[in-house]
Design a protein around this ligand. Structure first.
Ligand code: PFF
Length: 443
């Protein structure tokens, strides 16, 4: 395993396809299928979708390219990449490292819930028509069962980085992502045949501009950053396994397009069903775990559809979970010159410790709140509203103003490079600062 500690012998993606599948696997996750539909439901449907697409293409694409460039130029994980620019920037890398611990602490808990629902639908432990709000709430409030499910999810995620970049991460994504896309298409098409599905489509695609406001814009931008995996060095890490001559503009374009299409398909899978059964589209975080089981209960072959849906959700969470872990694993293995296997065990153990209080936020520790938030909510809020935007601002400033990445790593087109650098230096950082201050209710 000594091989990975030097840049010269750093693993490389074996093909462009492998890289696209890995980055798409990271991007497409609970953010697209669990978070996107309910946030869209709460923010006016089509207007939100429009804002989300515009911001993904014109704003988020810049830090996304920036992360890939940093990784491609430095060929190191996030801590060493910053240190290679300047030793004094080490703290910025560590901040990304901390973020990569915070996110799994709540993300893996939700991943554990998906494992639980797979068991329920697979084994039929609860009759399909009796899976309801109480099923979810009783399960999440228990001390042991959700923890065990979370641990199963963590171990499954860790198994792939443990095996290495090519044998583990690459193979997992190459196999899981195509399966995921087929299942998603199947469920989205099925959704279209439900009675009244047209209402769901109208909600998604016919914008009502009276719903447009500043909060929608900011929420859409935050969602775009989260779902594109920008802001904690994930794409720095995946970019560091790229060959020098790989075309990151084309890959980023495919990534943004693929991620957006999948988010839209997730909406097409969910909203026609929600409208068909007269359920509430803005039901919040429970939309997927509470509302959809009601749909499955009313459908013929509900157990089968429920199972496919939760396996799909699990696959999405798994490939993102792998990328979340890889950030900290790659960072410490080269920083402390330890083997990949040891790094994986250390990081999984640290995350496990923090997962205990986030899991118990729905039961044992429900009464313990800081500023009105449970431990789960604190981790989610701090990571999504503080750390991700902060890391992204730092990234843009450091790469734009100090590193000034080599043009040939990005493009041969001078004009494109100048526009990219202009947006990177002058436009994206102030927009992100605004996002962060509004998100924190400072403005
Ligand atoms: N993009 C993932 C999702 O949408 O679920 C979450 C995520 C993965 C965020 C990796 C950040 C990250 F670095």
């Amino acid at each position: 395993m000594a091989i990975e500690r030097s840049a010269a012998k750093r693993p490389n993606w074996s093909s462009g396809f492998a890289f696209i599948m890995a980055t798409l696997g990271s991007a497409v996750g609970l953010g697209n299928i669990w978070r996107f539909p309910y946030i869209m439901g709460q923010n006016g449907g089509a207007v939100f979708l429009l804002m989300y697409i515009v911001l993904s293409v014109f704003i988020c694409s810049i830090p996304l390219l920036c992360e890939l460039l940093l990784g491609k130029q430095m060929r190191r994980g996030v801590i060493r990449s910053y240190e290679k620019i300047n030793r004094k920037f080490s703290a910025f890398g560590w901040l990304c490292f901390i973020t990569s611990i915070f996110i799994p602490c709540f993300y893996f808990v939700v991943g554990g819930w998906t494992v639980n629902y797979i068991f329920i639908y697979l084994l039929g432990t609860i009759p399909v028509d009796q899976i309801n709000t109480a099923t979810f709430e009783t399960f999440a409030a228990q001390p042991i069962a959700p923890l065990i499910m979370g641990i199963i999810f963590l171990v499954l995620c860790a198994a792939f980085p443990f095996r290495g970049v090519n044998k583990g991460i690459e193979q997992a994504n190459n196999i899981i992502m195509p399966m995921f896309i087929i299942m998603l298409l199947f469920l989205a098409i099925t959704g279209l045949f439900l009675p009244n599905s047209i209402e769901g489509l109208k909600f998604m695609f016919a914008p009502d501009f009276t719903k447009f406001n500043f909060t929608t814009v900011l929420t859409a931008l935050g969602q775009a950053l989260f779902t594109m995996s920008v802001g904690m060095g994930c794409l720095v890490t995946y970019g560091s396994y790229l060959k020098k001559d790989s075309d990151i503009i084309q890959s980023s374009g495919l990534l943004i397009l693929g991620n957006t299409i999948i988010a839209v398909l997730a909406g097409v899978m969910i909203f026609p069903a929600v409208f068909s059964f007269n359920l509430e589209p803005s039901a919040g975080a429970g939309l997927v775990f509470i509302t959809l089981p009601k749909v499955f209960a009313a459908l013929p072959f509900g157990q089968f559809f429920g199972l496919i849906f939760f396996v799909l959700l699990f696959f999405a969470a798994l490939t993102s979970g792998i990328s979340l872990l890889e950030v900290s694993i790659a960072a410490i293995l080269e920083k402390f010159k330890i083997s990949r296997k040891i790094a994986t065990v250390i990081m999984s153990s640290i995350i496990l410790v923090f997962m205990v209080p986030t899991t118990w936020s729905f039961g044992l520790l429900n009464g313990y709140k800081l500023l009105g938030k449970t431990f789960f909510e604190i981790m989610d809020f701090t990571a999504s509203n503080v750390l991700l935007p902060l890391n992204t601002i730092i990234l843009c400033v450091v790469v734009g103003w100090i590193l000034k990445p080599k043009m040939e790593l990005l493009t041969k087109n001078e004009k494109f490079y100048s526009v990219f650098m202009f947006l990177l230096k002058f436009i994206v950082p102030p927009v992100l600062v605004l996002l962060m201050l509004f998100g924190l209710d400072v403005l």
